[in-house]
Design a protein around this ligand. Sequence first.
Ligand SMILES: *Cc1c(COP(=O)(O)O)cnc(C)c1O
Length: 383
Amino acid sequence: MSNSLKHIPVAGPSITQKEIDYVTEAAATAWFDKANVFQQRFEAAMAARHRRAFATALPSCTAGLHLALEALGIGPGDEVIVPELTWIASSAPVAYVGATPVFADVDRDSWCLDAAALERAITPRTKAAIVVDLYGNMPDWAALESVALKHNIALIEDSAEAIGSMFRDRPAGAFGAASVFSFHGSKTLTTGEGGMLLTDDEALYRRCLMMRDHGRAPGDIMFFNDEVGFKYRMSAMQAALGVAQLERLDELVTRKRTIFGWYRDRLSDEEGFSLNQEASGVRNTYWMVTALIDAAFNVSKEALIPRLTAQGIGVRPFFYPLSAIPAYRGHPSSAGARERNPVAYDISWRGINLPSAYTMTPELVDRVCTALIAEIHALRTAA
Ligand SMILES: *Cc1c(COP(=O)(O)O)cnc(C)c1O
């Protein structure tokens, strides 16, 4: 394969000697009485960075959402509002606790949960909403918080894609009764697999600590568990990787914003696209650079993706509306969702994530954009 056709990954980490050194140290030393040292360092640094009182390192963000819902006392008969456009990990934990997800529409510019749509979706059974900072962007948190306050529902912030982002003077991860991060290998900050829950609510924190350790509170009698819980812990090696990555967070976020800038500059004179938006007062960390093709071009993501993949360009479809995927076929909240959530349905079919890994260079961005423009025009005239 010639060099120019080398595969361009859609996402991937930035690992330096620092990460290798910390993980090596953990593998060599983090045992016996030191088994939790790196987790505690990672938790303390994450809590401080996000101005939260408590943090718990977990094996995934999905586990964090599960624990948050459980600790909020959400269960059968309750409804939890979730934006239509997100990864299924945002909504799946609602089923783990026996509650019902209700899909609500997104804002046309931020692609995140819309406050008016949230309010319309609230019923007497609504207990909470999971708000997602999609692709590193931030919704209008002020408006969402005032709706939640008015209707007395809890918010959970799914900031899996948005570490380092800001809404006004508050960082992603500082919102809601609890917030959760993902450190999956594709994310801005990675531990391979991993997650963290942050909160200011001590009772919620203590409940999470107990339920993530098979229903045994820290320090309680061994093998004498109070409840049937879950097993959600992070290893020291993962935490060591996280500590190193967190020390580099500003550099990582700057890099993500630089990559986005290369795309924005390269595509600025091209018609037919828009990219991720950044409202005033928001800092978007552009986890995934995402192109939305103008509806008038009538070019779908599903037509475009195989043509780019064939050229070694790693792209992904914009999330499908959750109400449209097989997992939620026949689900009560999927009925009539296309009419109820028109913005999500309008955006999803014509959006694609472009290569956003730390390995991107201006030359690779140029190769991606040249191919993208050519294929869009080919499909447009073919139609
Ligand atoms: C990645 C992601 C998750 C899940 O994270 P895991 O660590 O894989 O459980 C949840 N929500 C969103 C929005 C994500 O992008």
